[in-house]
Write a protein that binds this ligand. Structure first.
Ligand SMILES: [Zn+2]
Length: 122
């Protein structure tokens, strides 16, 4: 029992672990482009705008954020493996972890999570 589950007085039935290979995570982050006007997000490969560098929604300029680069991704992954990954082992040992393939469309990942949680799969 963790502090959170004690606080809400409910057991923790599942821990959902959305799994994406490191190189795919890196590709997603490095290819991300953000509109300077409205904040809309795009991806050079997975979700490109109709016109390169221009926001579909408002016509604003798309930029690559300074921290969306390989070096930052690598640093973030190191922090993840040092600080968060041990939690995955903890829940694996508790037999409540459910791995979900995160290398799919957002809608497919959402459906997989809903299936695990058994809440209103559309
Ligand atoms: Zn925009």
């Amino acid at each position: 029992m963790t502090k959170l589950t004690e606080k809400i007085e409910k057991p923790l039935d599942y821990a959902v672990n959305i799994v994406v290979p490191d190189e795919i995570l890196a590709e997603r982050i490095v290819g991300r482009r953000v509109c300077t006007e409205c904040g809309a997000s795009y991806h050079v490969k997975n979700f490109p705008p109709a016109v390169d560098g221009v926001c579909d929604r408002c016509g604003g300029t798309l930029i690559q954020r300074a921290d969306d680069n390989e070096e930052t991704v690598s640093k973030r992954l190191k922090v993840y493996y040092a600080e968060s990954a041990p939690l995955v082992d903890y829940y694996k040992n508790a037999n409540i972890i459910v791995d979900i393939d995160g290398n799919k469309t957002p809608e497919e990942v959402e459906q997989s999570v809903f299936k695990v949680l058994d809440i209103g799969v559309k």
